[in-house]
Design a protein around this ligand. Structure first.
Ligand SMILES: Cc1cc2nc3c(=O)[nH]c(=O)nc-3n(C[C@H](O)[C@H](O)[C@H](O)COP(=O)(O)OP(=O)(O)OC[C@H]3O[C@@H](n4cnc5c(N)ncnc54)[C@H](O)[C@@H]3O)c2cc1C
Length: 394
């Protein structure tokens, strides 16, 4: 990559690790900063749909992700009501025979796989380090002072520093995350051997999902409205999760009953960020949640971060100047990421506003429309992805 010899990545989450791998694979020398003193990732699980898996393929880690996680080869998603009675089934698509429609994996395992790839590519990882000063005095370089006191010159700075991004402040000015009024409760359990599909249980104003994440584990993820500014003592999370979803039976019941003070439970208040374009200033760009943190209802935030990373490296390898590539990257990604955010928000809001009276009508509508909605969502993503500004000139 002629114009980018040395890149600095700020943030070592999904977006940062993926960008570091993609750039290093393209021959760029990469330094990656991670504020945490040691790799310490929220556990529980994550599911990655086919588009995110394709990006992981480009990063050279798809086989490891598939074997470290749990692939649902036919993409089956079973919708049940809160008692466990069937509503309908849908099937997530894949776009390639070698890429499963969906894989569930422990977040820590996914990170371990990305970290091994970084090591193999000799990315210079600085844990416990952040950028304290970023100067763009010339058009050719960015001068960055790190928290360890050193100063260096980089041809590119990638802000992959998550929803509370400091790089975003530099690029787009103050833009705080917005609370959505919804909370997510997650817990990890032993997987019964016969639980091999993704299951979504539809309560009134509540959802409870079950997703295998390895040969022997699965995770539960439950969403519902939660008051703004509410803080719950961590020790109380298992009991709170149990109480929130007490009405749920069917396949979730055994896992809810098993929750105890020792259980691995996480609570997250759901926030969003939608930074307007441009996503870059000079040679500094933001990707992943820093630019477009989404609600989790379409399960696409991680996949969007992975796609960002792969496309960024691809666009920078084209024969255009760095700023044009960064501008084109933002213009290409913005409509797709906004579509995912908007769809996800609508799904979350619609779910939260339900009351018991409309459940029968909702279930009837789902039987008629759920598969079409899955199809339309991914078809629209394909269209938006095909409209890349530089794609035609590649
Ligand atoms: C409840 C919930 C469930 C979700 N489920 C799914 C799912 O199933 N599938 C899916 O695809 N997506 C899912 N997502 C979205 C997904 O988790 C995020 O989109 C993804 O983690 C974003 O990655 P990121 O690297 O941009 O940000 P982050 O994961 O937030 O990583 C940012 C990293 O930067 C570091 N950092 C921050 N500031 C600095 C700094 N100043 N200097 C150095 N380092 C810094 C942080 O420590 C962190 O390691 C979910 C999100 C939520 C909230």
């Amino acid at each position: 990559m002629k114009q980018v010899e040395h890149a600095l990545i700020v943030g070592g989450g999904i977006a940062g690790c993926a960008a570091a791998i993609a750039l290093a694979q393209a021959g760029v020398r990469v330094t990656m900063l991670e504020r945490q003193q040691e790799w310490r990732f929220q556990s529980s699980g994550i599911f990655i749909y086919h588009n995110g898996l394709a990006a992981l393929g480009s990063l050279g880690v798809l086989p490891q992700i598939v074997s470290g996680g749990f692939a649902i080869a036919d993409g089956r998603n079973i919708y049940l009501d809160e008692r466990g009675e069937p509503i309908t089934d849908t099937y997530y698509p894949s776009r390639h025979p070698d890429i499963p429609p969906i894989v569930g994996i422990r977040r820590a395992e996914m990170h371990r796989i990305l970290a091994s790839r970084l090591e193999l590519l000799r990315v210079d990882i600085r844990l416990g380090t952040t950028a304290v000063r970023i100067d763009q005095n010339t058009a050719e370089h960015v001068t960055v002072t790190l928290s360890d006191g050193t100063t260096g010159q980089y041809d590119l700075v990638v802000g992959a520093d998550g929803i509370r991004s400091e790089i975003r402040r530099l690029v787009a000015g103050p833009l705080e995350p917005v609370y959505t009024g919804l909370g997510v409760w997650r817990s990890v359990h032993t997987r019964p051997k016969d639980l091999t599909a993704k299951i979504m249980m539809m309560g009134a104003g509540k959802r409870l999902g079950i997703m295998p994440i390895s040969d022997d584990q699965l995770y539960l993820f439950g969403t519902l409205p939660e008051p703004a500014g509410q803080w719950y003592e961590r020790a109380g999370w298992p009991a709170l999760m149990q109480a929130r979803f007490a009405a749920f039976g069917g396949p979730a019941r055994q896992f809810l009953d098993a929750l105890s003070a020792d259980s691995e439970v996480l609570y997250t208040a759901v926030e969003e960020v939608g930074a307007p374009l441009p996503w870059h200033r000079g040679r500094v760009i933001m990707i992943g949640d820093a630019a477009h943190a989404s609600t989790p209802f379409m399960g696409q935030g991680g996949a969007m971060a992975l796609e960002d990373a792969v496309l960024l490296a691809e666009m920078l390898s084209r024969d255009v100047d760095v700023e044009s590539a960064l501008r084109a990257f933002g213009e290409a990604r913005y409509p797709l990421c906004k579509f995912v955010q908007d769809t996800s928000r609508k799904v979350g809001e619609a779910g939260a506003q339900e009351d018991a009276d409309i459940i029968n009508t909702r279930n009837e509508t789902m039987r008629r429309t759920a598969q079409r909605q899955v199809h339309d969502f991914y078809a629209r993503m394909d269209v938006l992805r095909s409209q890349l500004p530089l794609a035609q000139s590649a």
